[in-house]
Design a protein around this ligand. Structure first.
Ligand code: DGY
Length: 329
């Protein structure tokens, strides 16, 4: 195929090493334009780079909207996001443009559920305070009565969104001794819930009874700002909130006020708005808030699997074949 007739693909980031090597091996079949950096592409470079492209591999940091689709032009057959979440994509605009959408479910379930457990334990055992004591050199070694956290034995686990990640999180947390599992979801999942005897309940019920609340649902119109002042007021003052889904599900001003009022004990967040939060943000400084920089799926294995799946989806979109995972628009 001459370079003129090869499909053009824009890739907005340097991919993890194995996926990057695979992408580069496709240069006989594709003209690859790539923002070869570990930092996000600028909006202007995205709009310039997408012109005349047949395919796009993007990340959750890129807004895929009608402006971008117009800039791309009629050849754009596929947007392949290296993420399971696709709240950064205007799906209606994509459908109207006749462009397919690929995403990367399943391969990141384990890593994200692991991170949820990590945050739950960090919060329950006050890891932020302990790390600060060690880093600042102000600690006095073993103490019988200070730095005491809580444990999950005989407690109630609340999972908001009982999809793949919610179920994998529950499976990992059960050995810590929870005696009851509650979940919310738009519909009941009896088969998924059965091994844990998990009960499908309303959000107010879940919040009123749960000692650990894990947000594992997608961001959409129903879930945006779902954790607001009213939700925090309904939680147990001893409860821990973990969010490894999307920052916008939590109203951060309301969270800060609720932490100050003691309406919940600790929030542990892998996701925020914006990402990263500005240095010195009150939630970053808050002793009862632990924040990680969106590392839910950040393992070598998972990120390479995500990159590979995104390449496979992109190729399928460009060459009109079946994708591994396609969003029904
Ligand atoms: C996703 O895939 O949506 C995560 O947030 C990043 O792994």
């Amino acid at each position: 195929m001459s370079s003129d007739s090869k499909p053009i693909v824009l890739v907005t980031r340097q991919l993890p090493s194995q996926a990057q090597a695979r992408l580069e091996s496709l240069s006989d079949e594709l003209t690859i334009r790539q923002h070869k950096s570990t930092s996000p592409i600028s909006r202007q470079d995205l709009l310039d780079g997408i012109k005349g492209a047949d395919g796009l591999i993007c990340l959750l940091s890129e807004k895929i909207d009608s402006e971008l689709l117009e800039a791309a032009g009629p050849r754009l057959k596929v947007v392949s996001t290296v993420s399971v979440g696709y709240d950064h994509v205007d799906t209606a605009a994509l459908k109207a443009h006749g462009t397919r959408l690929g995403y990367t479910p399943d391969v990141l379930t384990d890593a994200t559920a692991d991170t949820t457990v990590l945050l739950a334990l960090m919060a329950s055992r006050l890891a932020k305070r302990s790390l600060e004591i060690v880093t600042s050199g102000t600690g006095g070694g073993f103490s019988l009565s200070t730095g005491l956290g809580t444990q999950f034995t005989k407690k109630t686990l609340g999972i908001v969104g009982f999809g793949r990640i919610g179920a994998a999180t529950t499976q990992r947390l059960m050995p810590f001794g929870f005696s009851r599992v509650l979940y919310t979801a738009s519909r009941a999942h009896p088969e998924r819930a059965q091994p844990f005897k998990a009960e499908h309940v309303s959000l107010p019920t879940l919040l009123a009874h749960s000692d650990l609340v894990c947000i594992c649902c997608p961001l959409n119109q129903q879930t945006e700002g779902m954790f607001d002042a009213k939700a925090f007021a309904a939680m147990k003052p001893s409860a821990i909130l973990v969010n490894t889904a999307r920052g916008a599900i939590v109203n951060q001003d309301d969270l800060l006020a609720a932490l100050d009022r003691g309406e919940l004990a600790h929030a542990a967040l892998d996701v925020t708005v914006p990402e990263p939060l500005p240095k010195g943000h009150p939630l970053v400084r808050h002793p009862n808030c632990t924040i990680l920089p969106h590392i839910g799926s950040a393992t070598e294995e998972t990120r390479n699997a995500m990159g590979n799946m995104a390449i496979t989806n992109m190729m399928a979109g460009v060459f009109a074949e079946q994708m591994t995972a396609e969003v029904e628009l």
